[in-house]
Ligand binder design. Structure first.
Ligand code: THG
Length: 292
């Protein structure tokens, strides 16, 4: 599947500061690492950036394009910043985080078509997050309809059902997967994406990769087209490129409810098995889920 690098983000301590101070070095290092790691897109997230976005985004686009030829995904709620960035993108770009707020859609959809970009549409409306899979489907239909009317064809719409932390309601993660399985019927030709790190948000940092990787395998099974992921997680990249077939098979087995002889597993394998059980809702999440 297509991998979008999440790392160049204003929320990141080191890179956020580099962005604000227009220090290109660290940012370019990350962009090079993302490309070498086999990522397909680089997301540039400058946050709301109300005042400085229209100047920061073009700077960031150029800074990254000096060292990488990967296509970019531009992430900010500031439409002027998106437009200023899009004008400089050498490859066809993604406008990230188009949500269903009417007053925002009005501005952002024409901007997508005018600049021949594609878009990531979040299933997030003025009323907040949809509560279940039915509401997700209704929002998706609404979003795709409005985008189509504005001239964005289904192939250019990447739907993001928005993943939530594993420490919260696990039913929300399930409805995300269920929605993705239904997407081809609801919106034929549309693409899809999910931010993997959302599920591991708030969990112990060294353990986050297990959740992210297992979730990726689950999403892949649900038919997802792309994920937004940590460009520094080489194991995740190896799983994605088919180099970890045994591990993927093991994860599938657990998902299928097959009996696993836990004693025959390596310590590493048993961590993955425990993680599947948590993400699948068979075991309760706690910060020490790998020890249980
Ligand atoms: N969907 C879409 N876009 C998104 C998200 C999504 N963009 C933002 C986010 N979710 C995905 N990007 C990130 C980026 C960083 C982290 C998580 C998701 C992250 N960063 C470290 C942390 O907070 O602990 C900070 C690391 C540092 O300080 O360097 O977790 O769902 N369409």
């Amino acid at each position: 599947m297509i991998l979008i690098a999440e790392n160049i983000n204003i929320m990141s301590q080191a890179l956020g500061l580099a962005m604000k101070e227009r220090q290109s070095q660290l940012i370019q290092k990350m962009a090079i690492a993302a490309q070498q790691g086999g990522m397909d897109y680089i997301d540039l997230n400058i946050g709301p950036a109300k005042k400085t976005g229209a100047e920061m985004m073009p700077w960031l686009v150029e800074t990254v394009q000096q060292v990488s030829d990967l296509p970019l995904s531009l992430d900010t709620t500031n439409p002027d910043a998106i437009e200023a960035g899009l004008k400089l993108c050498k490859k066809r770009a993604l406008v990230n985080s188009v949500s269903l707020q009417p007053e925002r859609l009005e501005h952002i959809l024409p901007l997508v078509t005018r600049n021949k970009a594609e878009m990531i549409g979040l299933l997030w409306s003025a009323d907040g997050m949809p509560r279940d899979v039915n509401e997700k489907c209704m929002l998706a239909v609404d979003l795709v309809y409005k985008a189509n009317v504005a001239g964005v064809p289904n192939e250019d719409i990447w739907i993001d059902p928005v993943a939530t932390p594993v420490s919260g309601d696990i039913a929300k993660i399930k409805s995300c997967l269920e929605f993705l399985q239904m997407l081809p019927e609801i919106a034929p030709g549309c693409k899809s994406t999910v931010g993997l790190s959302n599920v591991s948000n708030g969990t112990p940092t060294p353990l986050r990769p297990y959740l992210n990787r297992v979730f990726m395998v689950m999403l892949e099974r649900a038919g997802i087209y792309s994920v937004i992921a940590d460009a520094l997680d080489t194991e995740l990249q190896h799983i994605n490129s088919g180099e970890k077939a045994d591990l993927v098979k093991l994860i599938h087995k657990v998902l299928d409810g097959e009996d696993i002889d836990v004693k025959s597993l390596s310590e590493e394998e048993s961590k993955y098995v425990k993680t599947v059980r948590v993400l699948n809702g068979e075991a309760l999440y706690s910060h020490s889920w790998l020890e249980a």
